[in-house]
Design a binder for this molecule. Sequence first.
Ligand code: ATP
Length: 278
Amino acid sequence: MIRITNLKKNYGEVAALAGINLTVNEGELFAYLGPNGAGKTTTIRILTGLTRLSGGSARLGGHDIETETLAAKRQYGLVPQHINLDSELTVHENLLIHGRLYHMRRQAIGPRIDELLGYIELEEKRHTLVKKLSGGMKRRVMIARALLHAPSILFLDEPTVGLDAAIRRRLWGLIKKIQQDGVTIFLTTHYIEEAEFLAKRVAFIDKGRIVGLDTPQHFMAAVGRWAMDRFEGDGMQTAYFETQEAAKAYAAEHHSGFSIRRVNLEDAFLKMTGKKVQ
Ligand code: ATP
């Protein structure tokens, strides 16, 4: 559904993307994970036609984003990183304007808005001004807006940034539901648990390159099942073990503070790049 080949983007001297190769299958929920400045947003901006690429190619649903831009653009809905709803308009008005911009037929827009307000569980906020909504509700409206024209691909750029843990989890439920309904989802995030919980496959991106691409389970299994964090001086050392018993036995030999936990995706990224995602 998404095919990226040797994708490059330069901003002057900065190589924001240095040759990305990636295929996302139909109906897949794919996470694109990396630290600030890794190139996540740049990738989405190119795939959605907001920025021109400097080299390589990208196809959405078989359509080249450079040469068949309109057909490629019809394939996707985009939820950008920053909230860009019109805060002085109601939820319904925001959705209506978007439908008109997409040249949806008048008779089709109304029922589709009704359907989506039910889907995001915000029917009762239909006539509320967007400025009166909470951050989590605004995100849900942004998702509904992106789905209005029934795209086959949904781009979610850091969809839960700035939200508290409970609201974030509620949005995860909505994202899963959208995928189960057959939409291909390309998600960028630097929340490790988000990728771990939602994604079937994860690409780690660092300095404009993919440094790892696999399932969360394989990434974590390659590190070990258990981690022991040990505080030494100013820093923290982490050791990895196959069993909790082995971790405990190792910890018992040391007298400094330690904690034992399950391995997560952050450990895999740390092992690969020597740095943390968050
Ligand atoms: P974040 O998690 O902070 O959003 P990101 O992974 O999305 O980071 P990008 O925003 O894609 O990273 O940025 C990748 C690199 O390209 C960074 O070095 C950034 O400074 C640079 N960059 C991005 N946009 C521009 C621009 N318009 N002009 C110049 N440099 C840019």
